[in-house]
Design a protein around this ligand. Structure first.
Ligand code: FES
Ligand code: FES
Length: 158
């Protein structure tokens, strides 16, 4: 064999079959094999959170796992949040509350928040700050991100 491993992964509802090197990171698989460049790569060693995606509903750092590890699983990326041109409520709240500047950190923060807001429909500020503590933002100072999360939570539970 040529050292490639066959995998089948469902990403944002679409099944993809590929043969990949065992060492290929999930982040590189999404970006380079599938062209889903909304998953950003900052540090590539698990610190910045920019690469956060959902694997079977749980937020994980795509730079810390290999593509072969998600064989047979469901992956969701930021590209899957909007539906038919309508922003996901969390995306809309970030837009409305100016929760981003350059936007590099934003996909990872949004994907971190999807399961968080399901589990914490009415988070207080401390819980919000704790939830995004693993996502580094160089631009905003976090104040508007916290406001955006509170707005998203209020709208989602309205
Ligand atoms: S690129 Fe994955 S945590 Fe920074
Ligand atoms: S908005 Fe620029 S890194 Fe967060």
């Amino acid at each position: 064999m040529n050292g490639q491993c066959p995998i089948a992964v469902t990403v944002n509802g679409t099944r993809h079959e590929r043969s990949v090197e065992p060492r290929l990171l999930l982040s590189d698989f999404l970006r380079h094999e599938l062209g889903l460049t909304g998953t950003h790569v900052g540090c590539e060693h698990g610190v910045c959170g920019a690469c956060t995606v959902l694997v079977d509903g749980a937020a994980v750092r795509a730079c810390l796992i290999f593509a072969v590890q998600v064989d047979g699983q469901q992956v969701e990326t930021v590209e899957g949040l909007a539906s038919e041109g309508i922003l996901h409520p969390i995306q809309q709240a970030f837009h409305d509350a100016h929760g981003l500047q350059c936007g590099f950190c934003t996909p990872g923060i949004l994907m971190t928040l999807v399961p968080f807001l399901k589990e914490h429909p009415a988070p207080d500020e401390r819980e919000i700050r704790e939830a995004i503590s693993g996502n580094l933002c160089r631009c905003t100072g976090y104040a508007n991100i916290v406001k955006a999360v509170a707005l998203a939570a209020a709208r989602l539970s309205a």
